[in-house]
Design a protein around this ligand. Structure first.
Ligand code: BDR
Ligand code: CA
Length: 310
């Protein structure tokens, strides 16, 4: 039976692929999409989620807007990677899917409460909405099977030397979610940097030959140019769908059960994820942290999902 999932995201080029994978993979049942300020302002990430669903013909999945800023900090966006709209590249269609008026936290609450089975919450942006959900509606905890997050890193960061973007934007939210005691999986840069959009990957996606793949290829061309400019990488890492793949086909991502702490105060390291892979601190394990990826199978899974779109 397909795993019920809710995707909390901040589209974003790689979030778009997370949406298509969550909607198109037969192992998943996408119940809803919630948006958060992150790669762009909330109004942008929300409209981008509508655009991404419109392109792919995803019409039966509610979309609700959530937090426009982190729990305590000022929102920092990622225009250097995702452009002024947070989804630059292809000309976006006018969205033909409405927003759910309930808002993200209420939609998450309602979908979790109404689901007969526990749900996996996949998060591919700052964890602000999820922290708010757990604070406002702690009773829904029993309906959350797992929180699978693209964020953090077992090594270096991508915004500061040690902090990854999603964690750095709202480290307090990440700390709240990690401390909640739910099953928590972290898919960080150490593994998403194995999901590289090589020329071969781009050719295979183009060969799918539907409207979604055409849009996807234009997104990736922009994303590739951004990464070339910002990071000097010729093949950009497509972070967010790796967290979806972990839930859809768990064998694709190797994880270890270990200790994860979020750095909130270090002047040089705020937003870093301290992953105690060698149990130096002797603290109990609290997270399933990704350490390896079957990249070939990952890309095949993404390609198959996009083939199921229009
Ligand atoms: C993460 O930051 C965002 O720019 C991407 O969408 C991804 O979620 C990678 O650090
Ligand atoms: Ca994202």
């Amino acid at each position: 039976m397909a795993v019920p999932v809710i995707l909390d995201c901040d589209p974003g080029h790689d979030d778009a692929f997370a949406i298509w994978l969550a909607a198109g993979d037969p192992n998943l049942n996408l119940l809803g999409i919630t948006t958060v300020g992150g790669n762009g302002q909330l109004a942008q990430t929300t409209r981008n989620a509508q655009v991404v669903c419109t392109v792919a013909g995803i019409r039966d999945v509610p979309i609700a807007a959530g937090a426009d800023s982190p729990l305590t900090r000022t929102l920092q966006t990622a225009g250097d990677i995702h452009g002024a709209s947070a989804l630059d590249g292809p000309v976006p269609p006018e969205p033909d899917v409405d927003l759910d008026p309930r808002g993200a936290v209420q939609l998450l609450h309602d979908l979790l409460t109404d689901s007969p089975q526990p749900v996996v919450v996949i998060a591919t942006g700052p964890l602000t909405n999820i922290a708010l959900l757990l604070r406002i509606h702690p009773q829904v905890r029993t309906k959350i099977k797992e929180i699978a997050w693209m964020g953090g890193s077992t090594g270096r960061g991508n915004v500061t030397p040690y902090a990854e973007f999603n964690c750095w934007v709202d480290p307090e939210a990440a700390a709240v979610v990690v401390a909640a005691g739910l099953r928590f999986s972290m898919v960080g840069l150490n593994v998403t940097h194995l999901a590289l959009v090589t020329p071969e990957v781009l050719d295979q996606l183009a060969a799918v030959g539907n409207a979604t793949s055409a849009f996807a290829v234009e997104l990736l061309k922009f994303f590739r140019a951004s990464y070339q400019e910002a990071e000097g990488m010729a093949a950009p890492p497509l972070h967010d769908p790796v967290a979806v793949a972990l839930v859809a086909v768990p064998e694709i991502v190797t994880t270890v059960h270990t200790r994860l702490d979020i750095e909130l105060h270090g002047p040089e390291t705020v937003g870093a994820t301290s992953v105690d892979l060698h149990n130096k601190l002797g603290r109990p394990a609290n997270a399933h942290v990704a350490v390896d990826l079957d990249a070939d199978r990952f890309w095949k899974t993404v390609e198959d999902a996009i083939r199921r779109m229009r």
